[in-house]
Design a protein. Structure first.
Length: 277
C-alpha cells in the first residue's frame, strides 16, 4: 500500500491534513512520525499564500516585536453562514471554523518555533480554498459513482497509524479524540482520501518510472551518478540501491499531484463557486 502523502491528504483532502496535523502534535513526545507524515502536517498547518480578500476582523497586541500568537483571534460573529456555495452545495460557517481553528493551531505552533507571525488572512483564504476543492472532489466522485468501502477505510486508518508511530489504530483514534476528532469523523474523512485515490486512478496516466528515470532523478538530487560507487568522502550516505524505492514513490506522487491539480483546475472552470469571505 502506498504511504500517506501530502498529495493524498494535505494538498487535496483537507480533513486528512487535519488528522495528520492532530496526531503529529499528540504523538511527538512518544514516537517519531514518518517523513511523509511530518511533511503533511507541516503543509497542512502552515498557509503562507492565498487569494486576496478582506481581512477578518480580529485583534493583535501592538508592539515593536512580533505579535503575540495567542492574541490573534478570529471574530466568529462577523463570519457569514454559509461561507461559500459550490454548485449549489453550501459550505457552512461551522465547517469552516472547525477547519480554520485546527489549521490555525498548527500554524501558531510553527510560528513559535520560527518567530514569524501567523498571517490569518492568508490562512483563512487557504482553508476556504481547500474546503471548496474538497467539495468539488466529492461532487465529482458522486458523479462518477465512486464509493469508499469500509475495508478501504480500515486500510487507510492502519496506514495513518503507521505514519503517526502509534502501535494500533485504537491508540491512534484515542489520540485523535483528544484533538477533537471522533471515530466517525475520522472514518468519514479517510473515506474522502480513498475517493481522491480513485479519482486519480479514474483519470489514468500514472506510470511507474523506468530505471533510467530513477537514475536521472537520483543524480539530480545527489549530484552523484547512480552507477558510481558511494563517494569515500561521505561513506555513510545512502546509495542508489538504498534510495531506489523511495525515489520511485516520490516520482509517482509527483504524477498524482499533477493529475489532481489538473482535475481541480478543470472542475473549478466548470463550477459555480460563490464565496462570502
Amino acid at each position: 500500500m502506498r504511504p500517506t502523502t501530502p498529495v493524498r491528504l494535505s494538498a487535496l483532502a483537507l480533513a486528512g491534513a487535519l488528522i495528520l496535523g492532530g496526531c503529529s502534535d499528540s504523538s511527538s513526545d512518544t514516537a517519531p512520525t514518518g517523513d511523509n507524515a511530518g511533511t503533511t502536517a507541516t503543509e497542512g498547518s502552515s498557509a503562507t499564500a492565498g487569494p486576496g480578500g478582506d481581512p477578518v476582523d480580529g485583534s493583535v497586541e501592538s508592539g515593536d516585536s512580533a505579535p503575540d500568537q495567542a492574541s490573534v483571534t478570529l471574530d466568529t460573529e462577523d463570519l457569514p453562514d454559509p461561507v461559500a456555495e459550490v454548485n449549489g452545495e453550501q459550505i457552512s460557517k461551522d465547517a469552516f471554523l472547525t477547519a480554520f481553528e485546527t489549521q490555525r493551531d498548527g500554524a501558531r505552533q510553527q510560528a513559535e518555533m520560527s518567530g514569524m507571525p501567523v498571517d490569518e488572512t492568508a490562512l483563512r483564504d487557504d482553508v476556504l480554498d481547500l474546503l471548496v476543492d474538497s467539495e468539488l472532489l466529492e461532487q465529482e466522485s458522486e458523479r462518477l459513482g465512486l464509493t469508499a468501502t469500509e475495508q478501504e477505510i480500515d486500510a487507510e486508518l492502519e496506514t495513518l497509524a503507521g505514519q503517526a508511530g502509534t502501535p494500533s489504530t485504537d491508540e491512534l483514534l484515542a489520540l485523535l479524540a483528544e484533538q477533537g476528532f471522533d471515530e466517525e469523523a475520522v472514518r468519514e474523512e479517510l473515506g474522502r482520501v480513498v475517493l481522491v485515490d480513485k479519482l486519480v486512478e479514474e483519470r489514468g496516466g500514472i506510470e511507474e518510472p523506468d530505471e533510467q528515470e530513477l537514475k536521472d532523478y537520483y543524480e539530480e538530487l545527489t549530484g552523484q551518478s547512480a552507477d558510481e560507487e558511494q563517494a569515500t568522502s561521505d561513506p555513510g550516505a545512502p546509495g542508489y540501491d538504498e534510495l531506489r524505492d523511495m525515489l520511485a514513490d516520490q516520482l509517482v506522487q509527483e504524477q498524482e499531484f499533477a493529475s489532481l491539480t489538473a482535475l481541480l483546475e478543470e472542475l473549478r472552470q466548470d463550477a459555480d463557486i460563490v464565496t462570502h469571505l
